[in-house]
Write a protein that binds this ligand. Structure first.
Ligand code: SAH
Length: 346
């Protein structure tokens, strides 16, 4: 039996599948709506399809849905989910409440192979890529469990989205479809550790999403000490790729900067950062590192974060300090999954 994950098909792919079966095009649209707007978990729920079609779908396709293994609610309203996949693996999804609406932070891989030294997600390496349907179901699960609308998505959970390029592109197509949950590209941010060839490939798609680059350091020596990916794609490649992305798409990139005490948080480092990205109009998000087990790093204190921000502002670079949500529920990337693995529940 060939069980095709039908939830991972874009509208176009689903139309192609329906055509192969000899079904009229409107059947593909019905199925897409059942899967992505109405949250069907079984083909039998698709009551406006002929019984023979339902039987055929049941034989050949599978609906990928995630199970909620754990759910933690923070005092600030942030909810963190440990979600189970059909093969027994687990991932994390976080829902954050902002004034402008609910944002879901999705994982794109089980684990990660990028090796950033401050990050819990990468500690066990990469197990596998998530499918487009699994990533979409992270969003649907958070919406269903809270009973609230999700208006924004950030691809900042476990995994490197550009290391799972094709599935992530299909996910973006599915999630932004007006026939599904219709979350506009303007409300989606994709974060990358800096895979230069993939940034170039993404630029060619002209998607209108916000590209966020995890910079974390303005010199190669400092960045390579924190992020091995910098050895493959050093700053003299990464920054021009960001500038080219802006030229190509007309969209400004933003930079993530996790602040580590005594490593990347001095005023001199702020000045180097300003010099590196000056003239891009780029926004810098400063966030004190969230210390994880097995990492030598500790967080910059609030006063030094503000001093760093002030230095950037004085030098003409726009920077904000990211509000830390969910710190009481270990909401930093990959922490819950690591805890669950150690406790033997995942
Ligand atoms: N792989 C992508 C997206 C996932 S990580 C990327 O690297 O951008 C999302 C963001 O959280 C990145 O900026 C990452 O560097 C940062 N991050 C990971 N672990 C962190 C920690 N313990 N404290 C603070 N930021 C962290």
């Amino acid at each position: 039996m060939n069980e095709m994950p039908i939830t991972s098909l874009t509208e176009e792919q689903l139309a192609g599948f329906a055509a192969q079966q000899g079904w009229p095009a409107f059947r593909a649209r019905q199925i897409f709506a059942w899967l992505h707007a109405r949250g069907a978990t079984a083909f039998a729920e698709m009551t406006d399809l002929p019984k023979t079609m339902i039987a055929q779908l049941e034989q050949t396709c599978v609906i990928e849905r995630l199970t909620v293994e754990r759910e933690q609610v923070s005092r600030d309203g942030t909810v963190k989910y440990l979600l189970g996949l059909s093969d027994g693996n687990c991932i994390e999804t976080v829902l954050m409440r902002y004034e402008y609406g609910n944002t879901v932070c999705v994982s794109t891989q089980v684990g990660c192979r990028m090796g950033c030294r401050f990050c819990a997600s990468t500690q066990g390496g990469r197990v596998r890529n998530l499918t487009a349907g699994e990533i979409a179901d992270e969003v649907y699960t958070a919406a269903r469990r809270t009973g609230e609308r999700v208006s924004h998505i950030v691809l900042m959970g476990i995994g490197e989205p550009l290391d799972n390029f094709d599935n992530v592109m299909d996910f973006l197509s599915i999630i932004s479809s007006p026939k599904g949950v219709n979350i506009g590209m303007r409300n989606i941010s994709l974060s990358t550790c800096g895979l230069v060839p993939m940034i170039e490939k993404l630029a060619q798609r002209h998607l209108g999403l916000t590209l966020s680059v995890s910079l974390h350091a303005p010199t190669n020596e400092m960045r390579s000490s924190m992020m091995p990916v910098n050895d493959a794609y050093p700053l003299e490649q990464l920054i021009p790729a960001c500038r080219a992305y802006q030229r190509e798409t007309g969209r400004r990139v933003s930079f993530e900067y996790s602040m580590v005490r005594g490593v990347n948080d001095s005023p001199q480092t702020a000045a180097k950062l300003a010099a590196l990205i000056r003239g891009m109009g780029a926004h810098v998000n400063l966030i004190p590192i969230n210390p994880v087990d097995g990492s030598p790093y500790s967080a910059t204190d609030a006063a030094n974060v503000r001093r760093f921000q002030q230095t950037l502002t004085d030098l003409g670079v726009n920077a904000t300090v990211r509000r830390r949500l969910g710190t009481d529920i270990s909401a930093a990337c990959g922490q819950l999954r690591r805890e669950a693995q150690k406790g033997g529940t995942a």
